[in-house]
Design a protein around this ligand. Structure first.
Ligand SMILES: C[S@@+](CC[C@H](N)C(=O)[O-])C[C@H]1O[C@@H](n2cnc3c(N)ncnc32)[C@H](O)[C@@H]1O
Length: 223
């Protein structure tokens, strides 16, 4: 499904609309890029899963001077926006990250894209594939909605997200969006996501968290 039909917007509205959809969006992407400061050595290749319009890739490139980005995205219209934003440092790859081979890289990034993977075994395979593609010492950054373990906290976080949506789209609009996304997206508990990354071989930390939104930094240790 294209981003435009999933979010019920025009593709060229994405950068404005995403701010109304995701609380703390800019802060999350800034935190995701900042986590890369802990890399051991200069990165040459960033593999970005679900590049979208390139907002996270642009932030990563600003920190990792001289790096280039391979952006895998199923939606050619979104990748076209990323190409406009990033220019020649982007190698756009139209494809699904479940089935597209990953190039050797120093960093793997994903922001608000892995929640499109519903099946835990498929998510596990993606994490294993990312681990295999990364050079030792490399890092995977996963920024997404990753839910709390406690049902009461989950309810509070859900209410916060609903209130954020309602500010721009009204109460009925907020309810409609959350219901539609609940049918299409899968937000795993943060414990499950981090356990899957550890199972793939990563050393895992949560570097940023507010409500149900988190940045997870997973390092491929040197043997
Ligand atoms: C909500 S957007 C996030 C884009 C961007 N990373 C950001 O933070 O704004 C999700 C992106 O992931 C892409 N996507 C979703 N499922 C995918 C899949 N299975 N394989 C490749 N791309 C996918 C969509 O086309 C879309 O561009």
């Amino acid at each position: 499904m294209s981003v435009a039909s999933h979010l019920k917007i025009r593709t060229d509205e994405y950068d404005q609309q995403i701010l109304t959809f995701i609380p703390f969006y800019d802060e999350i992407l800034d935190a995701a890029a900042t986590a890369l400061d802990a890399l051991e050595r200069p990165a040459k290749v960033i593999l970005d899963l679900g590049t979208g319009s390139g907002a996270l890739a642009a932030r990563c490139l600003a920190r990792l001077k001289g790096a280039r980005v391979v952006g895998i995205d199923a939606d050619p219209a979104m990748l076209a926006m990323a190409e406009q934003r990033l220019g020649k440092v982007l190698t756009p790859v139209v494809g699904h990250f479940e089935s597209t081979p990953f190039p050797t890289c120093d960093v793997v990034t994903a922001s608000f894209s892995l929640h499109h993977v519903a099946e835990p075994s498929v998510k596990q395979r993606i994490f294993r594939k990312a681990f295999a593609a990364l050079r030792p010492g490399g890092m995977l950054i996963d920024a997404d909605c990753l839910t709390a373990a406690s049902p009461r906290l989950r309810a509070r976080h859900h209410a916060l997200w609903r209130d954020h949506l309602a500010m721009s789209h009204g109460a009925a609009g907020a309810k409609k969006f959350l219901a539609a996304w609940a049918g299409e997206d899968t937000y795993f508990p943060i414990d499950v996501e981090t356990a899957q990354l550890r199972k793939a071989g990563f050393v895992v930390d949560v570097t940023w968290r507010r409500a149900s939104f988190a940045v997870v930094a997973a390092v491929k240790p040197r043997a």
